[in-house]
Design a protein. Structure first.
Length: 356
């Protein structure tokens, strides 16, 4: 038998996929993943699936709640600025904040990291952020997928997706179905832009002829990139603590894409509306700058950005003060921004104006 001629043979590495880099990443993140362990999980990675024990987590008759999301074009800012340490927190936040609004405790998280050519140091930085977000939310990072796909992504680009599963005891789901006229609306302050509106934001920065290393015009203590990459606030622990201590919370709304205008109606009965006093919202300087520099109308601001309110709490009027105190005790900045009313037209009615 003639010997095989290998001079024209190819390897996976020749096609742009580095198996060794993938293995190196798994080894690098093992201790990071282990740091997210919680009751019910073992956080071991490398198998075909992650395991979670609901009984060990203390649940008796749970309903599972699942959510998935991404970070959007905020990743473009991170990539162009070379700052990868915080977008993983955003990824977790966008998922777990969607779980807690249904009264669910986040249990575990899985991530999907896709790139053209794997940079182990860069990917480790991203996944470290994911682990940090998981610890902040009290959930375990039990697995994920790293996909190296040359030809699908340009050099240096990557994308992220996250998947979170939580649980709530049957009968404790939110919204409670007890929302009524006169209930109060509390707004919990955001940490900044969070992870929505970045396509418009990037257009404003481009038109202003600024770059990501420029000093932020609204905050001279940091660069524009760092200001915009401030991670999304995770509200999980403070809200779960308030729910556990008070039964006056009727509903929660995570203010993401669509702003107050589109997100609050998602938790309202069809016969009810909310009246929001925009004058009660203390809008951070970053939003003032975006509105002024981009010439963005109040209407557009309210349906594109969170404008300083990252989470809305609908609470029984008799419990409003106590719920506010509980949330502030756990580090939230709370404002009374409106109340529930009978619906005769729009689901969200604005009074007064943002301080633009």
């Amino acid at each position: 038998m003639a010997p095989i001629d290998n001079k024209n043979s190819l390897t996976y590495a020749d096609a742009g996929v580095d198996i060794d880099a993938g293995n190196a990443l798994v080894e690098a993140i093992k201790p990071i993943v282990k740091s997210t362990a919680r009751p019910g999980s073992d956080t071991l990675i490398g198998g075909f699936g992650g395991l979670f024990d609901l009984k060990a987590a203390g649940f008796k008759d749970p309903v599972l709640v699942a959510a998935n999301d991404g970070v959007g074009t905020k990743l473009r800012v991170a990539i162009e600025a070379g700052l990868h340490d915080s977008v993983g927190i955003d990824l977790v936040a966008m998922c777990v904040n969607d779980l807690v609004v249904q009264g669910a405790q986040p249990l575990f998280f899985l991530d999907y990291f896709a790139t053209g050519a794997l940079d182990v140091e860069e990917a480790t930085s991203v996944i470290s952020g994911i682990a940090e977000g998981c610890i902040e939310a009290g959930c375990a990072l039990i697995g994920g997928e790293t996909a190296e796909m040359p030809g699908m992504y340009a050099k240096g680009d990557y994308d992220l997706a996250g998947f979170a599963v939580g649980a709530v005891e049957r009968g404790s789901l939110l919204p409670s179905g007890e929302i009524k006229p006169g209930d109060k609306i509390l707004g919990l302050s955001s940490s900044g832009i969070h992870s929505n509106g970045f396509s418009l934001l990037r257009k404003i920065v481009e038109n202003a002829r600024l770059d990501w290393q420029s000093c932020a015009p609204f905050d001279n203590s940091q660069t524009l990139a760092r200001a915009f990459l401030t991670p999304t606030r995770i509200y999980v622990k403070s809200l779960l603590a308030a729910i556990a201590q008070n039964n006056g919370i009727r509903a929660l709304a995570h203010i993401t894409g669509g702003g107050l205008t589109e997100n609050i109606p998602r938790v309202l009965p069809k016969n009810l509306a909310v009246e929001i006093d925009l004058g009660k919202i203390d809008m951070p300087k970053i939003f003032h700058w975006l509105s002024k520099t981009g010439g963005i109308s109040e209407h557009e601001m309210l349906r594109t950005f969170n404008c300083g309110i990252g989470m809305v709490v609908i609470v029984d009027s008799s419990e409003c003060d106590l719920v506010g105190e509980l949330l502030e005790k756990d580090g939230e900045s709370v404002s009374l921004i409106g109340e529930v009313s009978e619906r005769t037209g729009e689901a969200v009615i604005y009074r007064n104006h943002l301080n633009l």
